[in-house]
Design a protein around this ligand. Structure first.
Ligand code: GDP
Length: 628
């Protein structure tokens, strides 16, 4: 029944068919039996009477052949009709079996049939009705005919439908830079023996390379990868990733016609060697310059930007150092930091960054282009999103980083206190919450939410405007107890607002297992699910959370004194931070640039430039969008 309803809507949605039915289109082949009947009625009465009783005379033979013709036509029509119905049945089955079936069903049932312009992405396909992404906002543009490029990687197009923030639009300048980068990448990768070039330190004409390698967890990796990409765009280098980092199993190839994976192994010695570090090179260059000797640039050099860096490594953010690096064909980018805020200290970079990203949402734009989870991760994200987040009136993401892997009940209290303080969830300390359901996901199975029938609760202190709303809380953590604690707290109280709070823990891995593929997939899925929330509460200084709110374009609410007080929840429990993107934790500060002179010294990095500010409640500096 439901199936025929869907199909019925599909068919009637075809404007051509509507016209055919109302008789405005002549000779439409699709036509149903009704049209043929009408034509036979129009047969001249003379012919009908002649053929009536077998007729006779000269016209008799002709008249006798007409019924035969009609029979064949009717048989042909019935055949066509049967074929058509079979095809529709097959299509319905495909829709039903699709992993997105409920989103598609919803789409078919509610679609207003505003046809997307072929160049637009129609978000109805992931259940977001009435949202179309026009060509000038597509990071990965559809072809002229409206087709996607490549058979796999649905997230490349679909993820943009689920991010809530519409304030951030890529500029034409940035999209132009991306198209030119793609062409440059292809030219420097296709048809070249990169492995030999890498080993020898040679490079084709007008090509220089930046090889990214992984360091630490997935959040650290993704913020440093986006930083590497932005740096590659600024310096016209070709970004490649090492095979050993295994990111190719988690993310789609971002560039349309050429791979970003280094063909074979990158020699370890070369990118781990101490003497190949740019800090060491910088010290040598300073020495040689002081002695009036020419500086000879190496063929390979490691840019090491991590919490373990030496002071000279940070001279990377000096213009003079960047001039030196221009001569190195193969740079290795080894970092666990979001170093983009530091790039603003190089005047040439700053001018470009301001032209490409006037809204200063650098991570958001570069990340939304570069990072597309592979299909197997995307299916997991979509299944969870469609079942648990899409039906809600409001979605709240809570990221709880369990650094020590142990459960701390005080953090559950901290979460509840913060959620109420910030107005995201009802108060559970005095009146307690709402209808509560909790669910958690283990392995690749989606658990069914456990319905809690406690209803009719008191929530005077919570906005009446939110009465009756369904709130979906996605709480990510290595420990499941936090999601359970939050769900339990809501299950204990009463509220007149009769809200339904669903707490979902999409994974509970127990401990960090960097390098294990199934673990990494869940980590990426969790970050993306958080990023699709309407608002976020985040753990300070966690790069895992940075990725989520950086992609979302949300300035998150961040816990105050997270995990520092063993028995008390601080007052205030949390505050909204001042930057929407990640923070550069181990950033340059009070640092001179001897190759450039005192004018280029980086003094107080949190106040020296309008674009760079200290991240409230977090360590480090971020790119400040200008809203306190
Ligand atoms: P950071 O250490 O908080 O800055 O974040 P990272 O992402 O760099 O490292 C933490 C790693 O621990 C993640 O990459 C995951 O492997 C794991 N992890 C931490 N929290 C979660 C979580 O909420 N969900 C999942 N699936 N994994 C997590």
């Amino acid at each position: 029944m439901a199936r025929s309803l869907k199909l019925g809507m599909l068919v009637s949605a075809d404007p051509n068919l509507e016209l055919a039915r109302s008789g405005e289109l002549e000779g439409v082949g699709i036509v149903e039996a009704g049209e043929w009947k009408e034509k036979s009625v129009r047969t001249p009465p003379m012919a009908a009477s002649k053929g009536g009783l077998g007729g006779g005379g000269a016209g008799g033979g002709k008249a006798a052949s007409k019924p035969t013709v009609h029979i064949w036509v009717v048989i042909a029509c019935l055949g066509l009709l049967a074929w058509f119905l079979l095809a529709l049945g097959f299509f319905a089955d495909v829709v039903r079996r699709s992993p997105y079936s409920s989103a598609i069903t919803q789409h078919l049932q509610t679609k207003t049939w505003r046809r997307a312009n072929p160049a637009e992405i129609d978000c109805g396909v992931v259940g977001v009705e009435g949202k179309f992404i026009p060509k000038d906002q597509q990071y990965h543009p559809l072809t002229e005919k409206g087709n996607r490029v490549g058979k796999s990687c649905r997230s490349r197009y679909e993820q943009h439908c689920l991010w809530k923030s519409s304030n951030f639009r890529p500029t034409a300048e940035f999209l132009g830079v991306l198209r030119s980068y793609e062409e440059h990448h292809s030219r420097c990768v296709e048809g070249h023996d990169l492995q030999t070039a890498l080993d020898q330190g040679s490079a084709p004409k007008d090509c220089q390379y930046l090889i990214w390698n992984d360091l630490d967890g997935k959040g650290n990796q993704l913020v440093s990868l986006v930083s590497a990409f932005v740096y590659a765009l600024l310096t016209r280098r070709v970004l490649l990733i090492t095979r050993e980092a295994q990111l190719q199993h988690l993310l789609c190839e971002p560039f349309p016609s050429s791979s970003w994976v280094v063909p074979e192994e990158v020699p370890h010695v070369r990118h781990r060697a101490k003497e190949a570090r740019h800090g060491t090179f910088y010290a040598r260059a300073l020495n040689e310059t002081a002695q009036g000797r020419p500086v000879t640039a190496p063929k390979h050099l490691v840019c090491f930007l991590s919490n373990l860096q030496k002071p000279d490594d940070l001279r990377f953010f000096c213009p003079g150092e960047q001039k030196l690096l221009e001569k190195v064909p193969w740079l290795f980018f080894w970092s666990n930091q979001y170093s983009v805020p530091g790039l603003y200290f190089v005047p040439g970079f700053r001018a470009k960054l301001n032209a490409w990203f006037p809204d200063r949402a650098v991570f958001l734009h570069a990340g939304r282009y570069l990072l597309s989870p592979r299909d197997e991760i995307w299916l997991r994200v979509m299944r969870i999103y469609t079942a648990h987040m899409a039906p809600a009136d409001r979605r709240v993401g809570i990221q709880i980083r369990a650094w020590s892997n142990e459960y701390k009940p005080i953090i559950t209290r901290h979460i509840l206190s913060c959620a109420w303080f910030s107005g995201l969830l009802p108060n559970v300390s005095s009146a307690r919450g709402a209808n509560s359901t909790s669910s958690s996901l283990e392995d690749d199975d989606m658990a069914t939410p456990v319905e809690d029938d406690v209803a009719n609760r008191d929530a005077e202190d919570f906005s009446a405007a939110r009465a009756g709303e369904r709130v979906s809380v996605v709480l990510t953590s290595l420990r499941r107890e936090y999601a359970e604690g939050v769900a339990e707290a809501f299950a204990e109280g009463r509220t007149e607002a009769r809200q339904t709070v669903t707490v979902l823990s999409p994974s509970a891995e127990g401990e960090q297992r960097t390098g294990r593929m199934s673990h990494e997939r869940k980590a990426i899925a969790d970050m993306w699910l958080l990023s699709f929330a309407d608002d976020l509460i985040s753990t300070p200084r966690s790069t895992f959370g940075y990725v989520a709110h950086g992609l979302a374009g949300i300035r998150p609410i961040v816990f105050n004194r997270y995990g520092l007080d063993p028995d008390t929840v601080p007052d205030p429990p949390c505050l909204r931070t001042n930057v929407p993107g990640p923070c550069f934790i181990d950033h340059p500060h009070q640092m001179s640039c001897p190759l450039d002179g005192p004018a280029f010294d980086i003094g107080d990095s949190a106040t020296a430039l309008p674009e760079v500010r200290h991240c409230l409640l977090q360590w480090g500096v971020g790119v400040f969008e200008g809203v306190d």
